[in-house]
Design a protein around this ligand. Structure first.
Ligand code: ADP
Ligand code: MG
Length: 695
């Protein structure tokens, strides 16, 4: 057994590495830069870079990269070596402060939604000193933000860092009102629970659809799915256990706090949860985790699927985004307090979130939108596409009492007069877990459950941070300068609860009734990506992000365009893949099988034996073959027509309305064909083969 405590963080240029290797004065400056975002001067940067290089070289590293997160949602890197030529045809290993702080990847081909004209195609990467440099695959990776020369964010990290500043600013204003004089910074903390599938490499190699699109586009459901619920938290198979063990170890070396690994609800589905950390670091770590999962799975002859819905009729994968706010003094702001005073602050924070979720339901929905996640949301396995917040019955009652200024009858049936100065002491652990809520208060944090498994967690946290910052801004504006804080706070909270309680829903989010109820409450139900994307451009949202300097209108417009373009591209690839599978594999295979049946009919009849089954099946297959061919043709025509549309919204809508239904129709017919065709003739492994492939 290796010594895990010694292993932890060995591949990270973390605080202790810096402390050990940097002169005291320089170390102090780096700390200051991390804590207060102060830029390092070039002299200091040179010393840090040099120490970092020496540390890396000792570990056999020869290259470095500015590691960044373009808007594709995955990470990018371009490797440069430390080699610098010197006189006499020799080289030395060098790494300057300039190279550490700023890079210029020639990354003009990343999607940018029109933010970069080709003449200014180059962007630059800037070091994020709050996220430690690390060594991955023998390369020194420097976490960076990626911007255009005119300063527009071309990545997922820049807006996240901006949103963290926004919530810090506004939170400090509110905390001051409660007398927290020694709090100087507030940070969002995030712990993302990552779901994924593991399938055997051989099965993967035989499925064009999974290879090209990450999901099965055809496939009849297996007789055994997840209905027995015997996989959830079940024994982990040896190959999977070995994979998980190595994954943990590699993550620990990289300073990622991988904590729990277990099986999930669907066969072949698993989950990894890390211990929470500061938002931007959590986002970096989640990217590293996804990357390592995919890489290590290969080593064990498996493939890790991060797609949100790899198998129809089987639960898909999400990423629960646990979110809270922590002060530099170590206080979790969503921990219900011990004293009435702390409780007033807690209630204020809680109301800020409730209001934020209501005011920006649309942006929360947009933040998790993708063609893949559309299959999951609302399919009674993940939260519906309707955003709501769960606080539990007990807190609901308390909020009710605050709203009405009435008495709250607690568990002990004692009457408590609710006024800000005598708020009730909250019963701990009132978190009767509601797994169907998109945004659930779980005792001392919130769990946002709509995020897809493959998505970067930056997108949703940008929205959560900024929307809550806005609530807090309004609260601070109203309360700063009040001459009777308690009275004014109470009336503010009471008003916020009255205006926003429609967003609170403690019931079953999977039920049909909720859809109706939500509609009558005036909540949005944005089923698909094209439906919700236009909200990027709504005035109130542009105003929100501009006010808090998180996104400019131009940056939002770019993201709007990219979201829709990506949606269309995904459906385009899926449709083409279906077509190829139908024409190259499925129709020829079924045709051969029909011939086999026909031959049997002839042979049987020749000796006077009944061949009704074979004849009937051949007949059914023939007519289904015809249907399949026709449906494939309709799909092709639909794609051709939609591809002529150039405007991004109209095109995405057409993909949703014309192409997607054609894909579904084709799938249905092909899945019927699969059930009628001999397994030996079917060109692909079936669902059962894939889902139970890892022994
Ligand atoms: P679950 O039952 O949903 O698995 P856990 O209590 O195990 O709940 O926590 C799930 C995730 O929530 C973990 O990643 C954990 O680190 C994270 N978490 C716990 N507290 C906080 C917090 N204050 N801020 C952010 N995430 C948190
Ligand atoms: Mg959870």
């Amino acid at each position: 057994m290796k010594n895990m405590t010694e292993l932890f963080g060995t591949m990270v240029f973390n605080d202790s590495a810096m402390q050990a290797r940097l002169p005291k004065e320089i170390y102090k400056q780096v700390q200051l830069s991390i804590k207060e975002g102060k830029r390092l001067n070039s002299e200091t940067a040179n010393v840090v870079a040099n120490a970092m290089k020496d540390w890396a070289i000792e570990k056999g590293v020869t290259h470095f990269t500015h590691w960044f997160q373009p808007m594709t949602g995955i990470t990018a890197e371009k490797h440069d070596s430390f080699i610098t030529p010197i006189e006499g045809g020799r080289v030395i290993m060098e790494f300057s402060g300039k190279e550490l702080i700023q890079g210029e990847p020639d990354a003009s081909s990343f999607p940018n939604g029109g933010l970069r004209a080709t003449f200014e195609a180059r962007g630059y990467t800037a070091w994020d000193p709050t996220s430690y440099a690390f060594i991955k695959d023998g390369v020194l990776c420097i976490p960076t933000a990626f911007c255009s020369y005119s300063g527009e964010a071309l990545d997922k990290k820049t807006p996240l860092l901006r949103s963290m500043e926004a919530i810090n600013r506004q939170c400090l204003r509110v905390l001051k009102l409660f007398g927290n004089e020694n709090v100087v910074s507030v940070r969002p903390t995030v712990g993302p629970e990552q779901e994924y599938f593991l399938i055997d490499k051989e099965m993967y190699a035989k499925r064009k659809d999974i290879m090209y699109t990450g999901r099965t586009l055809f496939g009849a459901r297996p007789p055994k799915g997840q209905e027995l619920e015997d996989h959830y938290f079940g024994t982990i198979k040896p190959r999977v256990a070995a994979f998980m063990g190595e994954l943990d170890e590699e993550l620990w070396k990289l300073g990622v706090l991988a904590k729990t690994e277990h099986n999930e609800a669907a066969p072949a589905q698993h989950e990894l949860a890390p211990i929470y950390t500061t938002n931007n670091i959590a986002a970096d770590h989640n990217q590293i985790t996804m990357e390592l999962m995919q890489k290590l799975a290969r080593k064990y002859d498996m493939v890790c699927l991060l797609h949100e819905k790899p198998f129809e009729g089987v639960n898909g994968s999400g990423k629960h985004n646990n979110w809270s706010l922590t002060t530099n003094t170590g206080v979790n702001l969503f921990e219900p307090g011990e004293t009435p005073y702390e409780n007033a602050q807690f209630l204020t924070m809680l109301c800020a979130v409730i209001k934020a979720v209501d005011d920006y339901q649309d942006m929360l929905r947009v933040s998790v939108a993708s063609a893949a996640n559309d299959h999951r949301l609302g399919a009674a396995e993940a939260p519906p596409a309707i955003v709501s917040i769960y606080v539990g019955d007990e807190i609901s009652e308390i909020l009710d009492a605050v709203e009405k200024g009435a008495a709250y009858v607690g568990k002990e049936k004692e009457q408590i007069k609710v006024g800000v100065h005598v708020l009730p002491k909250f019963p701990k652990d009132t978190t009767d877990r509601n797994r169907t809520s998109p945004f659930a208060f779980t005792g001392n944090k919130f769990e946002f459950r709509m995020t897809g498994s493959s998505a970067s967690i930056s997108s949703c946290n940008v929205v959560i941070n900024t929307a809550v910052a806005e609530s807090l801004r309004q609260f601070a504006d109203e309360l700063e300068g009040s001459d009777d804080f308690e009275r004014d706070l109470h009336s503010l909270l009471s008003r916020v609860i009255r205006d926003h309680k429609r967003i609170i829903f403690n019931g079953n989010g999977y039920g049909e009734e909720w859809v109706k109820e939500a509609e009558s409450r005036g909540l949005l139900n944005l089923a698909t990506t094209p439906d919700c994307s236009p909200y990027y451009l709504h005035e109130k949202n542009v105003e929100l992000f501009e006010r808090h300097r998180v996104y400019t209108e131009m940056e939002l417009a770019a993201r709007y365009k990219m979201k829709l373009d990506t949606y269309s591209k995904v459906l385009h690839i899926e449709a083409l893949t279906m077509r190829e599978m139908v024409h190259q594999d499925i129709l020829p295979a079924v045709s051969s099988y029909s011939k086999l049946l026909a031959d049997t009919v002839i042979s049987k009849k020749a000796i006077g034996v009944d061949a009704e089954f074979e004849q009937e099946t051949a007949r059914r297959l023939s007519s289904l073959i015809r249907e399949t061919a026709l449906e494939a043709e309709s799909l092709e025509n639909a794609v051709d027509e939609v591809e002529t549309i150039t405007e991004c919204y109209t095109r995405a809508m057409a993909y949703k309305n014309e192409v997607l239904p054609a894909m579904e129709a084709l799938r249905e017919t092909v899945d019927t064909l699969e059930t009628l065709t001999a397994k030996s003739c079917w060109p692909y492994p079936c669902y059962g083969d894939i889902l139970f492939s890892v022994k």
